[in-house]
Design a protein around this ligand. Structure first.
Ligand code: GBH
Length: 580
């Protein structure tokens, strides 16, 4: 029997963002500073010299943004709460800011009114500056774990009656390595004295990661003990994890791929899901690698209800090099024969590589079987240009392998980020940028892999959130790099849906389980017309007529929230499909 082409019951999809990348309005309504506010204003810290003072202006445009999301027909929205709006100085004895609570509270209400499930991240890198100044932020285990736990408690209390999906920490690897090792992200600490007057890259990243894991576990403990019995939500951490493929089939490079995964994913996932640090990390780091006490392990192990996964690309791994943050493994996108692994994004670390995914169909508890298959198959495939789509049908994508690899943690997977930055997208105007072919191509590959992982390989995946809903502040890249499925003109703050938005919306609408769709449609008390399908302009009137008509003429999407007539049409369509 052919595998199903539908998504499972209750599958959640939507788009993702993070507070500091989109909100702006940094000094209104009592917000305290975060470590990113001043960091980006230091010379040389952001690529274009710009900062987060305005960003995508979403703190002001929140209602329009939710209307736009609703017009896209999403089922969920992944956003993050700004700690320093809620507790401006950050600490457990510092005052809570009623205006911060009020903002996110009405934000959540508005999402729910549109039938959109709020998927809230507590921490997406914007630590209150107050805590950095007071005691060194994530470096101070006693203080930060209690302050984070308190902040989490305040959020559960204020929003937990309505938020049923919590992410504790986004990508702790980045806070540890980029913030305290390479020094390219706030707070910018590093041994490199050209970069930072203080910091120790050989010790701090391991300490920071350790403290983040414990803080996460403490927040989860509070949730499970004090809130879950009445609020009944899910809570977990979300980790970045790109696939690691051996450069060739030499034994040392096959080991190198596993070592890369140990340092990128296992560093966090092994403690949280399995209750130990990867032995290879101890081997490399010796006593620089911290350990938990038995009591700490007892709350760390099992401290996530699901596997939260952010994934973007694949790295070819070669043993050697001195980069400890990559497990003493060299990364490259250039194959032994000189060809590129995939299509290059604007971001140097990102290539679109949609073929690793389906190379192995077996269950994935043994890494070597996977990588061997990849290595054997991948180099013979045509890699560039129009052939891409052909081999998509032969082998799907990298994410698929990652998805199956993560089954070793034996929990449902929520894909909380996945996306692509189109090269030079910031150099063209809105009319050009919305034709984001490379991003569409990327999502063609990853969505196919997603579906195959679910329906062919039987991986339990419950959600998918492309990054990002809007073009936004791409951290140290400033505004030079765009990941949005919606173009933002940063001069006017107008929003223009890109072709990738259209592709994804249509893709998900066509594959949603009809009962699930009907159930969620019924929850909306407010509706807006779909942005694609009837040529209606966006809620804020921002779509260029050109972009809107281009999109409208090609993609007529069912107006799923428009009641009985639509339901009947859908029923007819399903019946026809069945007869055929
Ligand atoms: C995500 O990180 C973030 O959660 C999100 O905020 C961000 O906007 C989005 O991706 C796009 O970047 O500096 O060469 O050592 C993505 C995962 C992991 C990708 C670290 C960049 C840097 C490698 N990131 N990686 S390097």
């Amino acid at each position: 029997m052919a595998p199903s082409t539908k998504l499972p019951k209750d599958f959640i999809w939507g788009f993702a963002t993070a507070s500091f990348q989109i909100e702006g309005s940094v000094d209104v309504d009592g917000r305290g500073k975060s470590i990113w506010d001043d960091f980006l204003k230091l010379p040389g810290k952001s690529l274009d010299g710009k900062n987060g003072d305005v960003a995508s202006d979403s703190y002001r445009l929140w209602k329009e943004d939710i209307a736009l999301l609703a017009s896209y027909g999403v089922r969920s929205y992944r956003f993050s709460l700004a700690w320093s709006r809620i507790i401006p100085l950050g600490g457990r004895n510092d005052p809570v800011n009623p205006k911060g609570i009020e903002f996110y509270s009405k934000f959540i209400d508005e999402l729910l009114a549109h039938g959109i499930i709020p998927f809230a991240t507590l921490y997406h890198w914007d630590l209150p500056q107050g805590l950095q100044d007071r005691y060194g932020g994530w470096l101070n285990k006693e203080e930060i774990t209690l302050d984070y736990q308190n902040y989490a408690r305040v959020c559960f209390e204020a929003f937990g009656d309505r938020v049923k999906h919590w992410l504790t920490i986004n990508e702790p690897w980045c806070c540890a390595v980029l913030g305290h090792g390479r020094g390219v992200f706030a707070p910018g600490r590093s041994s490199d004295r050209n970069r930072s007057p203080e910091g120790d890259s050989s010790t701090e990243p391991w300490i920071v990661a350790h403290n983040i894991i414990l803080a996460h576990a403490k927040a989860v403990t509070v949730y499970r003990e004090q809130f879950k019995p009445t609020q009944n939500g899910l809570i977990g951490i979300t980790l970045n994890g790109d696939w690691a493929m051996p450069y060739d089939d030499s034994p040392e490079n096959i080991d190198a791929a596993q070592h890369a995964l140990d340092f990128a994913i296992g560093w966090y996932a092994d403690p949280v899901y399995l209750g130990f640090y990867p032995p290879y990390m101890r081997e490399v780091l010796g006593d620089r690698m911290p350990d938990f006490t038995p009591e700490e392990w007892s709350i760390v192990k099992g401290s996530s209800d699901f596997y939260g996964m952010n994934t973007y690309t694949t790295n070819l791994c070669r043993a050697g090099g001195d980069d400890e943050f990559q497990g003493l493994v060299d990364y490259t996108f250039t194959r032994p024969d000189g060809s590129q692994l995939g299509h290059q994004a604007q971001s140097a670390w990102l290539q679109d590589y949609p073929d690793g995914f389906r190379a192995v169909r077996l269950s994935i508890f043994s890494l070597s079987s996977i990588v061997l298959t990849c290595v054997c198959e991948a180099p013979q495939l045509p890699m560039e240009g129009s052939n891409h789509c052909n081999y998509l049908t032969i082998l799907a994508t990298v994410t698929d392998i990652v998805l199956r690899y993560l089954q070793r943690y034996k929990l449902p997977i929520y894909v909380t980020e996945n996306g692509f930055s189109v090269k030079n997208e910031s150099d063209v105007n809105a009319d050009e940028a919305v034709k984001d072919f490379d991003r569409v191509h990327y999502f063609q590959g990853t969505t196919k892999a997603l579906l195959d992982a679910i329906n062919v390989d039987g991986v339990d995946i419950r959600a998918y959130f492309p990054w990002s809903f809007l073009d936004n502040l791409e951290w140290a890249d400033g505004y030079t790099t765009r990941f949005g499925v919606t173009y933002v003109d940063f001069e006017t703050q107008k929003r223009y849906p890109k072709d990738s938005a259209r592709f994804l919306i249509k893709w998900f609408k066509e594959r949603e389980d009809p009962e699930t769709a009907a159930k969620w449609d019924a929850k909306a008390t407010k509706t807006v017309p779909p942005v694609f399908g009837d040529r209606t302009n966006l809620a804020n009137g921002a779509a260029s007529s050109k972009a809107a008509s281009k999109l409208g003429s090609e993609a007529v999407l069912p107006a799923t929230r428009w009641g009985v007539r639509t339901t009947f049409m859908k029923f007819l369509a399903a019946l026809l499909a069945f007869i055929r």
